[in-house]
Design a protein around this ligand. Structure first.
Ligand SMILES: Nc1ncnc2c1ncn2[C@@H]1O[C@H](COP(=O)(O)OP(=O)(O)OP(=O)(O)O)[C@@H](O)[C@H]1O
Ligand SMILES: C=C(C)CCOP(=O)(O)O
Length: 416
C-alpha cells in the first residue's frame, strides 16, 4: 500500500454516510466548474491576472447559461438548470498565504497570532479581489453571478471540514443566481486557521448538489504521468507561440496524458481504487508486481485513504502553492467521480478542450471493445484532457490508450 500523503489543505468529508440529506440541493444543476488559479492567473507572480484565459472561461460558461435560457424560453415546463462556479487563488493568495504560513495556522512555531491574523487578512484581501474580478466578468455577460466567500460559513477542525456553506449555495441556486465560490483562508477549531482549496470545495459541493458534469480547468491539458514541466504549460501572451524546439522530442514521446481514469471499489475494502487503462511503456516500472506487464491489463495506480494515492504518478507542486497542487485536484476529482457517479473532466482552460468540457460536448464514443480512443470527437476534433468516471457494474477490461504528448501538441494551438 503506497504511503499516505501529508495533507496540505483542508479535507472534505462529503462521502455518502456523512452527507446531511436535508441539505441536498433540489435545483437541477448543469455544471459545477472550477477555474484553476494556475489558468486564470500567472501563478508564479503576485496578483497577476491571465485575462485572456479568464475571458475564454467566462465565454464558455455564458454559452451554457444562454443554452439553458433558450431551453426555458422554448419549453414552457422546462426548469432552467443552474451553474456553480468555483475558482482557485493562483497568484491571488498562494504566495501571501505561504509568506505567513496560513495553512499551518498556530501549529507553525516561531510565529505570533497577530502575524497569523495579518496573513489571513491579506490572503483574504487577495482572493476576494480575484473573486470580484471573476464575478464582474460573469455579470458583464448577463449572468446573475454572486460572489460567495467561504470564510465565516465554512470551517475546519485540524484541517477537516466541520461546516460548509451549502445552505447559502442552495438558496442562491433556488433564487436563480450563479454562486461564485473561491478557495479561501478559513477558521480552524484546532489550529486557528487553514487554507481551504477550491478543489476541496468542489468535492464538498458535489456531495450536495447533483449536476450533469463536473469540470476542473487548469493550465495543462489534464493529468500526465509525470510533471508537464514549464515548457509544456500553456504558453501565454498575445499571439505567443511555443519556440520551434518546444518541447523536445524525447520528452514528448516519453510523457503520457492520462485520458481516462476509472474508479472502483474492491470487495471488502472501504477505499476507492482507480486505474488507468493500458498505461503504455512509460509507466512500466510502476506496475503492481502481481499484474502481468501486458498493455491490456488494468494497472492499479492509486490506493489508500479514500482510495487515492499519488504514489505512482509523478507530480510536482510549484514553490508558491499551499494546497497540494495537482494532487489535491486528482484526489477531489476521483472522489467526486466515485461517490457521485458523475463524469468529471480535467482540461485546459482557454482551449477548445476546456470549452467542450464546460459545454458538455465531449463525446465518449465506442463500446467496451473499442481498441482505439473513445473520448475524441468534438465537432470533428479529438478531445484532449483527463476524463474520470466510476467503473460500471460488470464492466469488462478493455483498452483505452493513453496519448503521447506529441499527439496532444498538434491541437494546442486551438486556444480560443
Ligand atoms: N503529473 C502532472 N500532471 C499534470 N499537471 C501536473 C503534474 N505534476 C505537476 N503538475 C502541475 O500542476 C499544475 C496544476 O495544478 P494547480 O493546483 O496549480 O492548478 P490550479 O487548480 O489551476 O491552480 P490553483 O490551485 O491556484 O487554483 C500545473 O501547472 C502542472 O504544471
Ligand atoms: C490560497 C488560497 C487562499 C486558496 C487556494 O485555493 P486553490 O487555489 O483552489 O487551491
Amino acid at each position: 500500500m503506497p504511503p499516505k500523503r501529508a495533507r496540505e489543505t483542508a479535507q472534505s468529508v462529503a462521502q455518502d454516510s456523512r452527507v446531511d440529506q436535508d441539505l441536498r440541493c433540489k435545483i437541477p444543476v448543469a455544471l459545477i466548474v472550477k477555474l484553476g488559479g494556475a489558468a486564470i492567473t500567472i501563478k508564479d507572480g503576485r496578483e497577476n491576472l491571465d485575462e485572456k484565459t479568464l475571458d475564454a472561461c467566462v465565454a464558455s460558461i455564458a454559452a451554457v447559461h444562454e443554452h439553458e435560457c433558450k431551453l426555458q424560453a422554448e419549453k414552457p415546463n422546462y426548469v432552467r438548470k443552474g451553474i456553480v462556479v468555483v475558482h482557485g487563488a493562483g497568484s491571488y493568495g498562494h504566495g501571501v498565504a505561504k509568506d505567513f504560513l496560513v495553512a499551518e495556522g498556530t501549529r507553525a512555531a516561531m510565529r505570533d497570532n497577530r502575524q497569523l491574523g495579518v496573513g489571513l487578512a491579506k490572503t483574504r484581501l487577495s482572493v476576494t479581489k480575484l473573486n470580484h474580478i471573476v464575478t464582474s466578468k460573469l455579470v458583464e455577460k448577463g449572468i446573475a453571478a454572486v460572489g460567495m466567500s467561504p470564510f465565516g460559513a465554512w470551517s475546519t477542525s485540524g484541517k477537516t471540514m466541520i461546516s460548509a456553506g451549502i445552505k447559502a449555495v442552495n438558496e442562491a441556486l433556488a433564487a436563480g443566481l450563479v454562486p461564485v465560490v473561491h478557495g479561501d483562508a478559513v477558521l480552524d477549531e484546532q489550529q486557528g486557521c487553514c487554507i481551504l482549496s477550491g478543489d476541496t470545495i468542489m468535492e464538498e459541493l458535489c456531495g450536495y448538489v447533483k449536476c450533469d458534469r463536473v469540470v476542473f480547468l487548469t493550465n495543462t491539458l489534464g493529468v500526465f504521468d509525470r510533471p508537464p514541466e514549464d515548457h509544456y504549460k500553456l504558453w501565454r501572451g498575445e499571439g505567443s507561440r511555443p519556440p520551434l524546439d518546444f518541447p523536445n522530442e524525447e520528452w514528448e514521446e516519453a510523457t503520457k496524458l492520462l485520458i481516462e481514469i476509472v474508479t472502483f471499489k474492491r470487495n471488502h475494502q472501504n477505499s476507492i481504487s482507480w486505474v488507468v487503462r493500458n498505461t503504455g511503456s512509460s509507466l512500466t516500472g510502476l506496475f503492481d508486481d502481481s499484474q502481468e506487464m501486458e498493455g491490456s491489463y488494468q494497472r492499479i495506480i492509486g490506493e489508500g485513504e479514500k482510495g487515492i494515492s499519488m504514489a505512482e504518478i509523478e507530480t510536482s507542486t510549484s514553490a508558491n502553492d499551499v494546497t497540494g497542487g495537482i494532487n489535491t485536484k486528482i484526489e477531489s476529482a476521483v472522489s467526486i467521480a466515485h461517490y457521485r457517479d458523475v463524469s468529471v473532466y480535467i482540461a485546459a482552460a482557454g482551449t477548445r478542450h476546456g470549452d467542450a468540457a464546460i459545454r458538455g460536448k465531449v463525446l465518449t464514443k465506442g463500446g467496451p471493445d473499442a481498441n482505439d480512443l473513445t473520448i475524441e470527437e468534438l465537432d470533428g476534433y479529438q478531445w484532449f484532457g483527463t476524463f474520470i468516471r466510476k467503473a460500471q457494474p460488470g464492466e469488462p477490461d478493455y483498452v483505452r490508450p493513453i496519448v503521447t504528448a506529441r499527439k496532444c501538441l498538434t491541437r494546442l494551438d486551438d486556444r480560443l
